[in-house]
Design a protein around this ligand. Structure first.
Ligand code: ZN
Ligand code: MN
Length: 480
C-alpha cells in the first residue's frame, strides 16, 4: 500500500556572524564560556529591562530571505510567543509572526534543490535562542536534576519554515545541505560550530495528524529519524491505530523516535505584539541595498565555474554544494591554473577521503592535504611527469603526511634505475624468457608494451620506462 507522506521543516540557524545577541550587547559567542556568565538583565529577562534590536541582524535575515526567493515586506514586528520552559527566562520568546497584515522578514519563497524538485518556503523569521538545558548523564531520562546555562539565551536565530512539500527523507537531506551551503556563502552562519544549525521536522501520512521531531543533531540523522518515523506511522495506520499530534525526540543511540510531549497548538502560544519594540519600517532602499551587497550565492558560483573554468554542470554542482570544497578548488586553481584537472582530482579522488559523517568541524579535519598539494599534483600529471595511477598512489600518501607531491616524486625518482646497462640486462633476460612474445612483437607493435611490463616487473618498477622501451624497440629491430 502506498501512503502519501508529507514532510515540512523548521530550520534554526544562529547568526554567528553577529558579535552581539539579538536584543542586548552580550557576546553572541557563548561557546566554552563559564555557565551563566554571558548574560545581562535583558537576555536573562529581568523585570523592567528593555530590548534593543540589533540592526545588523535585520540585514542578515533580509539577505537569507532574498537568497531563498522570499518577499521582504516594508515593515516588520516582533511578537511574544508565550510558553513556559526552564530554558526561557522571560517565559516568552521574542519571535515573529504573520498577523494583522504584518509579516516576518521573509515570506513565500522557493528553493530548487535538485534539477527537478523544489520546496516552497513559508517564511523566514528572526527570533532569539533560548538557553541550554544540560543533563550531566547525557539524557533527560536518567537525570535527577537539570542544569541550565543562559549564556545562549538571546542569541540571534533565523528560522526557515518550509511548506510540507517533501515526500522523501533523502530529498530533505539534499535540501538541508543546500541551505547549509547558502548560509555559508552568505557568511552569516558558521555551520561547522556545534549547535549552530538545528532542524525540526514534521511528518504526517495521508493527511493525518502531524508529528514533530525535535532538534536532531545532524542532517544525516534527520534523514534517519524521518525514515524511522514514516515507518512507525505507516505501521500504525495499517493497523488502524490512531496517530497523535505530538512532539517526539530522536534517540540517536537506539535510532528511534520517542514521545516527548503532546504538541501545543498555535493558539496556545498567545502571540501578541511586543510592546517594547515598535514596528520597524524597513524603507524602500532596504532591499535594493541588500541586493547590491549580497555575496555570491552557490547557484551564481556554479554558473561562474561552468563559464569561467569550463567545468561540467555536474562537477560544478558537486563543488558548490559545499563552500569549503569550492573554496579549496579556487585556491588550488590560483596556484596552478588547470581547473578541469584540479576539479577532477577533488571530485573523483579527494572526496572519497572526506568524512561526510557531518560531525561538526572542517570536513578536511584529519586530512593533511591542502590546496597547494592538489595544484602541484595536477601540474605533475599535466606535464606528464607522472601518470595518473602513480598520482593516485601519491595522493593517498599526501593525505596522510602532507608532503608535497613534487618532493615525493623526486624521492621515487632517486631510487629509480636509469643506468642503461642495468636495464639492458633486464631486457636481455626478458627476451630469453618470453621468446614467443618477442616473435609476436615483430608483427604486432603492441606486444612491445607487454615486454616492457615484464621488464618493469623484473626490476620491481624501478627501471626508467622510457629507457627500457627504447632498448626493447631497438632490440626488436636489430633482431629482424
Ligand atoms: Zn544580554
Ligand atoms: Mn523557532
Amino acid at each position: 500500500m502506498v501512503l502519501a507522506v508529507n514532510i515540512g521543516l523548521e530550520i534554526h540557524c544562529q547568526l554567528t556572524a553577529l558579535r552581539s545577541k539579538l536584543f542586548c550587547s552580550c557576546h553572541s559567542d557563548y561557546r566554552g564560556k563559564k555557565p551563566n556568565n554571558n548574560v545581562c538583565p535583558i537576555c536573562s529577562g529581568l523585570p523592567g529591562s528593555l530590548p534593543l534590536l540589533n540592526q545588523r541582524a535585520i540585514e542578515l535575515a533580509g539577505m537569507v530571505s532574498l537568497a531563498l526567493g522570499c518577499t521582504v515586506p516594508d515593515k516588520i514586528r516582533f511578537y511574544r510567543k508565550n510558553y513556559f520552559y526552564p530554558d526561557l527566562p522571560k517565559n516568552f520568546q521574542l519571535s515573529q509572526y504573520n498577523f494583522y497584515g504584518i509579516s516576518s522578514i521573509g515570506v513565500d519563497g522557493k528553493l530548487d534543490y535538485t534539477g527537478s524538485k523544489k520546496t516552497f518556503i513559508r517564511r523566514v523569521q528572526l527570533e532569539e535562542d533560548p538557553g541550554r538545558l544540560i543533563y550531566e548523564t547525557g539524557t533527560s531520562d536518567t537525570n535527577f536534576y537539570t542544569l541550565i546555562d543562559y549564556n545562549r539565551a538571546g542569541v540571534a536565530l533565523i528560522e526557515i519554515v518550509t511548506e510540507p512539500d517533501f515526500t522523501d527523507p533523502r530529498d530533505v537531506r539534499i535540501f538541508l545541505n543546500k541551505i547549509s551551503s547558502i548560509i555559508e556563502h552568505l557568511g552569516i552562519c558558521d555551520t561547522k560550530l556545534e549547535g549552530s544549525v538545528r532542524c525540526d521536522a514534521n511528518v504526517s501520512i495521508e493527511g493525518k495528524k502531524k508529528v514533530e521531531i525535535k532538534n536532531v543533531n545532524s542532517f544525516k540523522e534527520v534523514e534517519k529519524a524521518l525514515t524511522y518515523e514514516i515507518t512507525r506511522q505507516k505501521t500504525m495506520s495499517i493497523h488502524d491505530i490512531e496517530i497523535k499530534a505530538e512532539t517526539r525526540h530522536w534517540d540517536d543511540l537506539r535510532k528511534i523516535t520517542k514521545q516527548a510531549r503532546t504538541k501545543e497548538e498555535e493558539q496556545d502560544y498567545r502571540y501578541f505584539p511586543e510592546p517594547d519594540i515598535p514596528t520597524i519600517v524597513l524603507g524602500n532602499e532596504f532591499v535594493s541595498s541588500l541586493k547590491v551587497n549580497m555575496p555570491e550565492l552557490p547557484e551564481e558560483r556554479k554558473v561562474r565555474f561552468v563559464t569561467d573554468y569550463k567545468l561540467s554542470e555536474h562537477v560544478a554542482q558537486v563543488l558548490i554544494d559545499n563552500k569549503e570544497i569550492s573554496d579549496f578548488f579556487e585556491v588550488s586553481v590560483k596556484i596552478y591554473s588547470s581547473p578541469k584537472e584540479i576539479a577532477n582530482w577533488i571530485v573523483t579522488d579527494l572526496m572519497g577521503f572526506i568524512d561526510d559523517s557531518e560531525q561538526k568541524g572542517s570536513i578536511f579535519s584529519g586530512l593533511k592535504i591542502e590546496a597547494k598539494h592538489v595544484a602541484d599534483l595536477a601540474r605533475l600529471v599535466d606535464q606528464n611527469i607522472i601518470n595518473r595511477s602513480t598520482a593516485k598512489t601519491i595522493l593517498k600518501q599526501i593525505i596522510k603526511t602532507g608532503e608535497m607531491p613534487s618532493q615525493l616524486v623526486a624521492n621515487i625518482n632517486a631510487s629509480k634505475i636509469d643506468d642503461a646497462g642495468v636495464i639492458a640486462e633486464a631486457v636481455e633476460s626478458i627476451f630469453v624468457r618470453e621468446k614467443s612474445a618477442v616473435i609476436d612483437a615483430k608483427t604486432n607493435p603492441n606486444v612491445a608494451n607487454f615486454l616492457l611490463g615484464k621488464v618493469m616487473q623484473l626490476t620491481k618498477g624501478k627501471a626508467d620506462p622510457k629507457i627500457a622501451l627504447n632498448l626493447i624497440t631497438t632490440k626488436l629491430t636489430e633482431s629482424n
